[in-house]
Write a protein that binds this ligand. Structure first.
Ligand SMILES: NC(=O)c1ccc[n+]([C@@H]2O[C@H](COP(=O)([O-])OP(=O)(O)OC[C@H]3O[C@@H](n4cnc5c(N)ncnc54)[C@H](OP(=O)(O)O)[C@@H]3O)[C@@H](O)[C@H]2O)c1
Length: 312
């Protein structure tokens, strides 16, 4: 058996608790890691609250979390090129905030990248790259990212900058200096948004909505009325505005992981860590993410395959 951060019933963050689960055994195409860090994505608390009960394969009790980093400690059949002891990050299939997790989609962690940063990448970089690919962002584009300070927004923005696009983003005022350091020009969201964006650039060619706060009609107008130049990952009313909602039917993890690592190695990609919580404080980690105002990612630390309530 292994320790894991689980919930037995849907509800508020305090349904999360440390519990014993059967240690997962890797099947064909899977590796098992001793988890070092796990990151929190909004889908984690949407699953925990019961809002996303339709999530594929969901059953109770449930080990929370999708994204993790750690050290391979067991390898399934048909896995070539990997060895026990390899340091990797990726999306788990058994839950991330646990002593052990199984992965099918993963990449090698660069030696100089922290466990926390690598755990912060998987869903954000996959979604961010997918979204700008759906938009067809290229070097001549001026892209607006609504919700640029979140994990998905930051990833999409930095991938777009690396393609040579100009990136404008919406974020609260306190983020603007940090975003500028990444090459992202930002304005505050809320009333008067279009005027503020157009003051930065009178021509805007593409828009990505990563906040889901109901401004798709405004974004369509900003790109000149062509709804095919707007994509959302967060607004389920997309169809009302003729906008594509990309939900990841064709996820390309390997490409996104490789690209993020490549850019990170060149000093052109960062994923800020807003806060780190010990796994015993998993409820606080979920509550922090659920606030909706995280700069980058929230991380849950699960060190060395042994669950340690330790903030160091
Ligand atoms: N469709 C998919 O495949 C897919 C995949 C992954 C995620 N998602 C969804 O995409 C959304 C973003 O995910 P994430 O991981 O980036 O979330 P996140 O990291 O929790 O994003 C939080 C960010 O949203 C910003 N924000 C809050 N209210 C805003 C507003 N009214 N206007 C603009 N920005 C606002 C905050 O900025 P401030 O702190 O500056 O307020 C904060 O930085 C979530 O709804 C998530 O469920 C979808």
């Amino acid at each position: 058996m292994s320790l894991a951060l689980v919930f037995d019933d849907f509800g508020t963050p305090d349904v999360l608790h440390l519990g014993q689960v059967p240690t997962p055994q890797p099947g064909p195409g899977q590796v098992r890691i001793a988890v070092r860090s796990a990151s929190v994505n909004p889908v984690d608390w949407k699953i925990r609250s019961g809002a996303s009960r339709g999530f594929p394969g969901l059953s109770l009790p449930h080990v929370t979390g999708l994204d993790a980093s750690g050290v391979i400690d067991a390898i399934g059949a048909d896995v070539r090129g990997w060895a026990v002891g390899d340091e990797i990050f990726g999306q788990t299939v058994t839950g991330a905030a646990a002593e052990h997790a199984l992965l099918e989609n993963f990449a090698r962690k660069p030696a100089g990248m922290s466990w926390d940063t690598s755990a912060a990448l998987p869903s954000a970089v996959e979604t961010g790259l997918r979204a700008i690919d759906v938009l067809g962002v290229g070097p001549d584009d001026v892209l607006v990212v609504n919700g640029v300070a979140g994990g998905v927004g930051l990833a999409a923005a930095q991938f777009a900058l690396a393609r040579g696009a100009r990136v404008l983003g919406t974020a609260s005022q306190q983020r603007h200096d940090s975003l500028a350091a990444l090459g992202i020009e930002s304005v505050t969201y809320g009333e008067g948004l279009s005027e503020r964006l157009l003051a930065l650039s009178p021509s805007i060619s593409r828009a990505l909505d990563a906040a889901g706060n109901g401004i798709l009609p405004e974004l369509v107008e900003l790109v000149g009325g062509d709804s095919s130049h707007v994509v959302t990952v967060a607004d389920h009313r997309a169809a009302e505005s003729g906008v594509v909602f990309t939900a990841g039917q064709e996820r390309r993890y390997w490409e996104a992981f490789d690209r993020a690592v490549e850019l990170w190695s060149d000093g052109r990609f960062q994923m800020p860590i807003a806060q780190v919580f010990p796994v015993a404080d998993g409820a606080a980690a979920h509550a922090a993410s659920e606030s909706g105002h995280v700069f980058g990612k929230i991380v849950i630390r699960v060190t060395g395959g042994v669950v340690q309530p330790d903030r160091s």
